[in-house]
Ligand binder design. Structure first.
Ligand code: S3P
Length: 443
């Protein structure tokens, strides 16, 4: 019996039933979203051809590909696991004839802004969907303006749509007030065409995929992880590369939690990126008592990769805070589900950034999980979750946020009775096959 139906467009109906087989077997997750964006962008800027294996074929990378096609990059259809990009060469982006649309993707907009602002004598206008148009852009506009960028937009340039008049920029050392890979990457990308050393120092280390990939494409990069700083020396020369994108640990996290809270589960998730700037979710789940092991650890095209095995576990509450937050920021929605099924009270703090993701994830998690009978309280910068209360199926809403949709689906699997998830189509942003995998694991 399938447990997941689509009774109406954009709706998932989850019927857990009593005789659900345990989560068992071997699966793969789609390509890493962060690495996919960067491969498309650097491939478009490089001289020569870039071949990308394992690219995420989700909505967000499609937005990136569409923007760079509009500026002259030849990118093959995003319909196979091998995507080729014929680069235009750094500095040779064409002025697009129309507004660039980043869709729902903060990474597309923020990283691209650094690239556009540093392309002299060209004008660019950029927008996104209603969620993206409400997300803060001052965090990238402000350092770019320090470099000499000319950017205008709503609310003094802090909200998209944004307009950019490309300039020759000057290098800066930017001390970012937040640990954000999007801010860091935006400034480093602006430094590619800027003569001299452009440095970003952040309060805690955020994901370092840009630094790794810039180095692979031939840019001169200096990193000092102990000071949380990275430097690019411009002007850079980028040469097309063969990129292999590992599975996304943020997507694997749904199955890590689903299996940890399911009776008798034993699941192997193959080929998952385990870059240490991203593995906070493994540490948090292990702290909660989840039985997770990393097997067959290896380095693939400059990124650490492993197969992750997870077994049914008895979870206990934990506290998630401090420098761990940037290393698991995207996994907090699914960690909240783990906390709902854990013994004791889990506290998540120092995570105010969650309020400016694809939705306000603090409010979204509290309101939607409480509809299922969970005991979740909002904190200004996080959540307090009293675990162990059984859930009852109800009607919930993803609020158009992909990670909320998938987290609610895993919660609903473990509720008594049926759950309808509205706006479930959002999952296609980062995981188009999520429903099919869920079906095949539990059906
Ligand atoms: C990302 C960085 C993170 C993360 C986002 C992807 C990236 O955002 O939440 O999903 O690819 O650089 P912040 O830089 O805003 O923390």
């Amino acid at each position: 019996m399938p447990i997941l139906y689509s009774p109406a467009p954009n709706t998932w109906l989850i019927q857990p039933g009593l005789d659900r087989p345990p989560l068992f077997g071997t699966i793969q997750v789609p390509g890493d979203k962060s690495i996919s964006h960067r491969a498309l962008m650097l491939g478009a800027l490089a001289s020569g051809e870039t071949q990308i294996q394992g690219l995420l074929l989700g909505e967000d990378p499609r937005s990136t590909a569409e923007c760079f096609r509009a500026m002259g990059a030849e990118i093959s259809e995003l319909n196979s696991e091998l995507v080729t990009v014929k680069g235009i060469g750094l500095g040779y982006l064409r002025e697009p004839a129309d507004v660039l649309n980043a869709g729902n993707s903060g990474t597309t907009l923020r990283l691209m802004l650094g690239i556009l602002a540093s392309h002299p004598d060209r004008f660019f206008a950029i927008t996104g969907d209603s969620s993206l148009r409400s997300r803060p852009m001052a965090r990238v506009v402000s350092p770019l303006r320090e470099m000499g960028a000319i950017i205008a937009g709503r609310k003094a340039g802090s909200l998209a749509p944004l307009a950019v008049q490309g300039q020759q920029l000057k290098p800066i050392h930017y001390h970012s007030p937040i640990a954000s890979a999007q801010v860091k990457s935006c400034v480093l990308f602006a430094g590619l065409m800027t003569e001299g050393k452009t440095t970003v120092t952040e309060p805690a280390l955020s994901r370092d995929h840009s630094e790794r990939m810039l180095r692979a494409f031939g840019a001169e990069i200096e990193v000092d992880p102990s000071r949380h700083s990275a430097t690019v020396v411009g002007p850079a020369r980028l040469t097309g590369q063969a990129v292999i994108v590992p599975g996304d640990i943020s997507s694997a996290a749904f199955w890590l939690v689903a299996a940890a809270i399911a009776p008798d589960a034993n699941l192997l998730i193959k080929n998952v990126g385990v870059n240490p700037t991203r593995t906070g979710v493994l540490e948090a789940l292990q702290q909660m008592g989840a039985e997770i092991t990393a097997e067959n650890q290896r380095l693939v095209a400059g990124e650490p990769v492993a197969d992750l095995r997870v077994k049914a576990s008895r979870l206990k509450a934990c506290t998630i805070e401090g420098d761990l937050i940037p290393r698991l920021i995207d996994e907090i929605p699914i960690l909240a589900i783990a906390a709902v099924f854990a013994k004791g009270t889990t506290v998540i703090r120092d995570a105010a950034e969650l309020r400016v993701k694809e939705s306000d994830r603090i409010t979204a998690l509290a309101t939607q999980l409480n509809r299922l009978g969970a005991r979740v309280t909002e904190l200004p910068d996080g959540l307090e979750i009293i675990g162990g209360t059984p859930l009852t199926g109800a009607e919930v809403n993803s609020l158009g946020d992909h990670r909320i949709a998938m987290s609610l689906a895993i919660a609903a699997l473990n509720a008594k009775g049926n759950t309808q998830i509205q706006r479930a189509e959002a999952a296609a942003i980062s995981y188009p096959d999520f429903a099919a995998t869920l079906q095949s694991l539990c059906g």
